[in-house]
Design a protein around this ligand. Structure first.
Ligand SMILES: [Cu+2]
Length: 141
């Protein structure tokens, strides 16, 4: 309950900043009790190295430490190599990719693979919009 509420707040916040093009719930790849929150620095993300902070909680909002977290970024057009990154553990339940290299502006899908301490794997997708260089103009591309 708490994690759903906090996720909603995060989605609304990010949507307000134009960072999210959609705020779909977790995709049904699995039914593991894993909730994630994705933050970027800068927000919204711009083309180039971007810090990703992924917070991982269980279904009642307790942080999950000691997971292994991999991120793969894709865009839905052909001819583009996916971008991959490995997240390092930070605070309890927090995982950081220091420099995730967004190679293009536009709509990205980040697939986050979480290997839990017991070996089970959860997969969560998050969409976000990466803005091209220069000052943000508030226009949709
Ligand atoms: Cu692209």
């Amino acid at each position: 309950m708490m994690s759903h509420a906090s996720r909603l707040v995060t989605c609304l916040t990010l949507a307000g900043l134009g960072a999210l093009v959609g705020c779909r719930g977790d995709l049904p790849e699995d039914d593991l009790p894993v909730e994630i929150r994705l933050e970027t620095a800068p927000t919204p993300p711009i083309v180039g190295p971007t810090r990703l902070v992924i917070s991982i909680d269980d279904s009642i909002g307790v942080p999950i430490p000691d997971a292994a977290v991999e991120v793969e970024g894709r865009m839905d057009h052909a001819g583009m190599a996916p971008v991959r990154g490995t997240a390092d553990p930070a605070d309890a339940g927090q995982y950081v990719v220091p420099e995730f290299d967004f190679t293009m502006g536009g709509d990205w899908i980040l697939r986050i693979r979480i290997t839990l301490p017991d070996g089970r794997e959860a997969v969560r997708d998050r969409e976000l919009r990466v803005v091209s260089g220069g000052p943000p103009d508030g226009q949709d591309g």
